[in-house]
Design a protein. Structure first.
Length: 563
């Protein structure tokens, strides 16, 4: 009996192929960057293609070897996009440094990754100098984002620090005849570190193969539905899980990209949307909370682009926020993912078999879920007794595996705390999946509240509180309780000029919860602290209220569990 062999060409998946495709087929597509002075700089894809190849050639001329890490300390702009493709084209690995971390953490990450070169915006040189003593880069390449001349003739005062290279001069002097570095599809192209809010950050390294497969997923109609007709404003930083992989997918398809630079204030984003109306935006919920509040506070000043869709992730999206945007004709699509998942693991869409079966309220409830798993990603809910049924009720840890899911961390042996014995990533999210495949994230394991032996989600009550018209933000945390172990405390930010009491908020959300699930106390604060990626930083709130003392007669804390 003769076996059958494939007749397909063994052509490796490659970011270089995406770049060639974009340069050849979409030369007139546009890349717009907002500069520090808020002016706009425009490039065609043809310009970007030429400059990216020049960057690759310049890096090889500087002595970049295959597998060397090239760090970036940059905002979202065209030169950062050039690094996304130019560094791998030269055989290097792009490592995005999170500029919102503390300088000591940035220095530790650069040292742990063994970054050899650094590309840095000139406006971020003061931040670079705060950690330069912790890790010595062989070359520091300064991108003149502000338009000012780069001082290349002298080094910085720190002992042993190299003189600066001018990014634009390197490109102008790059040798001709560039050829891509030979590679396998499993070779690394980029690395990101987790935010590290509960310990040292961990490095995740992406390959040509994983990145191309993730980019193809972004184009699927039921998910991001990205196409050449889109105008994309990536508000998600390019140092946050590679801006959710969207820059790679946008280049693959020739979509217009509009980069906001350092201007992420709600009014700045609304101004940009008037100048360059997007069809697709992406960002964490806190961005959209602030943006819609600014928009509604000044009626008539701005218009939201008709039909714009927004991809939202990084934290739970309140149903009230989804409804608020929909009233203005904007569709928010919530997704779920992690640095470890490249990062898109799921995204909301309306499954056709449910149309006509669900009323408006039921659809909005689903829109506040984390969506449906994307193709190629397997998901399961693991409870104490094994895998949970997909019934929408049983909760356990969300675990995933797939070709763009990390199976280990950079320079670390896989541990049972993050990976199962049968090869699944342990996400740390507590979730349920219903019969139609919609994922409901109940909480992070570290944010669950255990009261009297029963678990309480922190996400559900805080989203209910944020539905109140006087509330701008709310975060619910666990506080130690002498009788029940832990009880929920709600930390609330009122909208400017609005007043509301804890009693009012408690009564407002009471119909949705059992009495023992309600927060026992409400603390009003000026702002909810945020992590480097814009999520609510509950660990900081727990530290702030570590000495909180419950009243003798707390309204729910002295009720029997289940009453």
């Amino acid at each position: 009996m003769h076996s059958v062999k494939t007749t397909m060409m063994p052509v490796p998946l490659s970011l270089n192929r995406l770049m060639e495709h974009a340069g050849q087929l979409f030369p007139e597509s546009e890349i717009v960057s907002r500069l520090p002075d808020k002016s706009l700089r425009r490039h065609r894809y043809a310009d970007w293609y030429r400059r990216t190849r020049a960057l690759a050639a310049a890096l090889k001329k500087l002595g970049l070897r295959k597998g060397d890490r090239v760090a970036t300390l940059c905002w979202n702009h065209h030169a950062h996009l050039e690094c996304y493709f130019g560094i791998p084209a030269a055989g290097g690995v792009m490592h995005t440094l999170n500029l919102r971390l503390a300088p000591d953490d940035i220095g530790w990450i650069a040292r742990h990754a063994r970054d050899r070169f650094l590309v840095v915006d000139d406006i971020l040189l003061p931040l670079y100098r705060q950690f330069a003593g912790q890790h010595r880069f062989e070359r520091v390449i300064v991108f003149p984002f502000s338009g000012a001349a780069v001082q290349t003739s002298i080094g910085d005062p720190h002992d042993g620090e190299p003189a600066f290279d001018d990014y634009e001069e390197l490109l102008a002097q790059a040798p001709a005849g560039f050829e891509y570095a030979p590679h396998d599809e499993n070779d690394p192209v980029a690395m990101c570190y987790t935010s590290g809010t509960t310990g040292r950050p961990k490095g995740v390294v992406y390959s040509h193969r994983s990145t191309v497969l993730h980019s193809l997923n972004c184009a699927l109609p039921d998910y991001v539905a990205l196409s050449s007709r889109d105008v994309v404003i990536p508000v998600t930083p390019m140092f946050h899980a590679n801006s959710w992989g969207i820059p790679y997918a946008a280049v693959m398809l020739g979509a217009k990209l509009v980069f906001p630079g350092p201007h992420l204030h709600p009014e700045d984003l609304l101004d940009l949307m008037q100048q360059e109306p997007p069809t697709l935006t992406l960002g964490v919920p806190t961005i959209w909370l602030a943006l819609i509040q600014a928009f509604e506070a000044k009626p008539g000043r701005w218009r939201l682009p008709a039909g714009m869709r927004s991809m939202v992730g990084g934290a739970a999206v309140p149903e009230a926020l989804v409804r608020q945007f929909e009233r203005h004709g904007i569709r928010l699509a919530q997704g779920w993912g992690m640095t470890e998942t490249s990062p898109m693991g799921s995204l909301f869409f309306e499954k056709p078999e449910l149309r006509g079966q669900l009323d408006e309220d039921q659809w909005f409830a689903r829109k506040a879920m984390a969506g449906v798993p994307v193709p190629l990603v397997e998901v399961r809910i693991m409870g104490d007794a094994g895998p949970c049924a997909w019934n929408g009720r049983d909760v356990g840890e969300l675990q995933v595996r797939g070709p763009f899911i990390t199976g280990s961390y950079h320079a670390e042996a896989p541990g049972a705390d993050k990976f199962t014995g049968d090869g699944w990533l342990r996400t740390g999210d507590v979730a349920a999946i219903d019969a139609n495949g919609y994922i409901r994230i109940a909480d992070r394991t570290k944010d669950l509240i255990k009261s009297g032996g029963e678990w309480i989600s922190s996400v559900d009550p805080e989203n209910a509180i944020m539905a109140h018209p006087a509330v701008a933000e709310a975060s619910v945390i666990a506080i130690a309780h002498p009788k029940w172990g832990e009880r929920p405390l709600a930390c609330v930010v009122a909208k400017p000029g609005a007043t509301v009491s804890g009693e009012e908020l408690r009564a407002f959300i009471a119909p949705k919860f059992a009495r023992w699930q309600l927060p026992d106390a409400f603390e009003f604060i000026d702002a909810v602290p945020r992590t480097s990626t814009g999520k609510f930083w509950k660990a900081r709130l727990r530290e702030r209220f570590a000495d909180f003392r419950w009243p003798d007669e707390s309204p729910a804390g002295n009720l029997p569990v289940g009453s």
